[in-house]
Design a protein around this ligand. Sequence first.
Ligand code: CO8
Length: 258
Amino acid sequence: MGFETLVVSKEGALGCISLNRPEAMNALNAKLVTELIVALDEFEKDDGVRCVVISGSERAFSAGADIKEMADMTAIQMAMTGHFFPLWDKVGRYPKPVVAALSGFVLGGGLELAMSCDVLIASETTQLGQPEIDIGVMPGGGGTQRLTRAVGKYKAMEMILTGKRIGAEEAKALGLVSRVVPKEAYLSEAKKVGNEIATRSPVAIRLAKMAVNKAFEMGLKDALDFERELFYLLFASEDKTEGMKAFMAKRRPEFKGK
Ligand code: CO8
């Protein structure tokens, strides 16, 4: 289907989604959020897509929720509009791996969207922040929780209470992005990582992603039990048989996601 605020394409096993509101620094308005959910849904159902890459432009991944759209909204309208919550649920619980290709501004809801992804590749120009405090609100899309889990209480407090942005290298040192690359290479590098993931067993990838995410939801003992159950489960997959046979035969495995 055609999208107004996104450019969506399939490149081999990659589902590529590029946010496309250049006039507003890819601010997340109702239209974009709704379209993003539809695009993610389509890639979720498509067995040919093994990994999704979400990018913005070189100038901005996204400058956050659309302030012009929110400016006159009341608390009740904000709560009832409700398009944001399905987005955070969709990305936060997405079964396939998602790589975020970051460049330029990654702010507010834009950072919250990025933090809901799995691998974050950042161009050296990337600036990340939760500036909601500057417009009299606070993060509402998971920022207070995901940023705190990623960088710890004190840096998260500094960023959220002052609204100050940090650069890509600092974000990498804090563990907030996976890797920093030159600005010409951020999208190709994100796709390269996406393709590396896409050649692995989709079953193992899916369960490994579930297990890592449980680190944020469960205590250690339960999470280790959960990990072990998923590990046993993978021994029932054809991909496990193929992967181990291919290793012994010194050839590349061909994973089918079964
Ligand atoms: N919303 C709407 N329009 C925006 C936004 C935005 N978030 N960011 C930029 N724009 C627009 C500007 O208004 C401008 O439009 P115009 O040309 O019509 O005036 C255009 O994009 C270009 O922006 P600037 O001229 O400001 O460009 P600069 O390079 O000078 O500055 C910045 C770029 C630093 C990104 C600056 O635009 C800025 O500070 N933007 C706002 C960032 C911000 O505060 N983000 C947080 C928004 S609140 C939020 O995300 C809460 C999420 C909660 C979700 C959960 C809900 C339940």
